[in-house]
Design a protein around this ligand. Sequence first.
Ligand code: T1G
Ligand code: NAD
Length: 689
Amino acid sequence: MGSINASVDLRRDGEIAIVTSDNPPVNALKHEVRAGLAEVLRQIRDEAAIKALVVACAGRTFFAGADITEFGKPPQAPGLGEVIVAIEAMPKPVVAALHGTALGGGFELALACHFRVAVAAARVGLPEVKLGLLPGAGGTQRLPRLIGPEKALKMIVTGDPIEAREALTDGIIDQIVEGDPIAGAVGFARRVVAENRPLRRVRDRDDRLVAEGFADAAETLTRRLRGREAPAACVEAVRNAIVLPFDEGLKREGELFRELMAGDQSKAQRHIFFAEREAARVPGIPEGTKPRPIATGAVIGAGTMGGGIAMCFANAGIPVTIVETGRDLLQRGLDRVAANYRTTVSRGGLAADEMERRMALIRGGTELDAVAGADFVIEAVFEEMDLKKRVFADLDGLAKAGAVLATNTSTLDVDEIARATKRPQDVLGTHFFSPANVMRLLEIVRGAATAPDALATAIALGRRLAKVPVTVGVCYGFVGNRMLARRSVEAERLLLEGALPQEVDAAVTGFGFPMGPFAMADMAGLDVGWRIRKGRGERNEIEDALCEAGHFGQKTGKGYFCYEARSRTPLPDPEVERTILDASARLGVARRTITPEEIVERMVYPMVNEGARILEEGIATRPGDIDVIWVYGYGWPVWRGGPMYYADRLGLAHIRDRLTLYAERSGDETLRPATRISRLAAEGRGFAS
Ligand code: T1G
Ligand code: NAD
């Protein structure tokens, strides 16, 4: 309880006043906090005995931004902009004491202060673009005045925070303080008063406002952000800082902010923000369940996935042992890891000494007992049930008691694998996505016997590895791959009925995916699915014909597309077109023109339908979980909120009717609307309601 209100406290330390916000967990700038700050400014503005004000926060972080839960609700005065203008206009020095993550409106508030000090571990940033917004409280006008438009634009368009040391070098913060940030700030404020330092209002600075390089930086930064509204608005706002007077730039920033806030894209991205956090709440894990301590990890198999998974452990500072069947395969795996790190270093994404430090955390072995001491073991060997069961039976005999035993299988029955051990309670799935050191999604597969604390341990580890963990149940392909299989069936059908791979991929990338289904298949390798189908006596008319002709994808320079030497650019291939036309003729399918709109519907609606079945079966807990899986694991455009959110926007009655049409047209009963869709559509409701 503060002296001003429940969230804000004011105290005086001699001639220095200290206002502290205490609004856990992240000091979001909710109405009460803003009102409290405004009251403090009113009180001390003309209090003669007070020579300076320190603005600080209690708890784990300085203000992490405006309160996102207030978005879309009627605004309550004072607005953040008002508080910020009042701080900057104060006739006595205001010093911000930064710790944790000073983000968004919190960083903008700090930029309005006359001075900023920070502890070394603090980070500052403007992540609004990740919510489909732009900084709406002066950040696009003040930050360029401090660090120049080019650097400011990078921070604003990427939304990525920077460390305190870099902020010091850039002149954003005035000093790094040791220990308690408030004490450090009070000391700094005393010196400012003692030295009668002039107040430095960022809004008055223009010495860094140079246009040179801005246009190129804008083009480079926004090139890969096709379809998104917020990055373009960020560019316009920061450009205004160069060409317009401060108050005009600020006014235009506010207009752009309100437009984006009311737009569909930001609503979709805010949905994903909260869905990602909601996904961490897993039913069936009793409150207070403690994750098991994880000091060391192990990975079995140093192939495509094993190497990437080992890098995740090393990147998180966790020593990891990686085991292969032989020296050569082990060395090949370790060489691939080293090459990956070298590429990151060469791109300036990692310091060379940090690479060495991480590589030193990765130890190799060729005997399974090398993992005996590990707290968390992840198996990533070939996708063969018998092999995996053998590996788990061996692990059962030598892994330490209490170790979590995880499989990275992308499709197989985790319960069957668990039954190969006498400790199924310690077994679960950790389904990483390729490349495992890059993709943020981690599907955690809860087995029938998985113990709550084993599950809690996997979720906690997922977060330590900087992944977005989503817990799912056991079924073929879990959530993501099971829905993807629906899309693949429809993609093949579209080719038979009249489309070409480049047309399908163009419609899907036009929708916002970074890659279409056929370029993706070529990247993964067509032969993987072909071998599985042959093993199961199934046939995919077109893809099998391509594989029989040696079209395995990028690895053979030919798949659904052809690839020039050392290029990954998919090029239309007349030979593939002939193969497709022959298949249509062979199956007696009359080809017709298919519109991009129909292609998108048939790429998305069958997945939504499968998502509904997944919810019916309880394989996924919430529709939001499915959305997070698709955004972080399969490149679903975040500004469309995920397949289930997108379906709710369109209305489930529409989805039902289109699915029914496609089911009747194709005779494919699996396209019939799932019970949940029919029921919700009849009730005029959505998945989220
Ligand atoms: N508003 C409301 N709730 C928030 C929040 C916010 N800004 N930030 C976090 N939370 C909640 C979150 O939902 C979760 O709740 C809990 O706090 C812990 O979060 C004008 C308008 C700060 C780096 O975009 O990036 O300012 O699930 O699990 O991993 O220009 O939270 O426990 O119920 O993420 O330690 C700009 C968003 C806003 C920062 C901490 N700011 N937050 O990460 O914890 S827009 C942001 C984060 C803005 C101005 C505009 C992270 C974090 P619950 P957490 P964490
Ligand atoms: P891969 O063929 O690239 O690597 C598998 C490695 O396991 C090989 O190097 C092999 O030598 C090694 N291995 C086999 N038996 C072993 C044993 N008994 N002990 C130690 N090592 C052994 O395969 P991958 O693509 O890395 O896939 C591994 C697992 O991850 C599979 O279950 C796959 O379904 C799953 N997965 C793959 C992807 C992907 O995109 N490749 C994505 C998610 C999950």
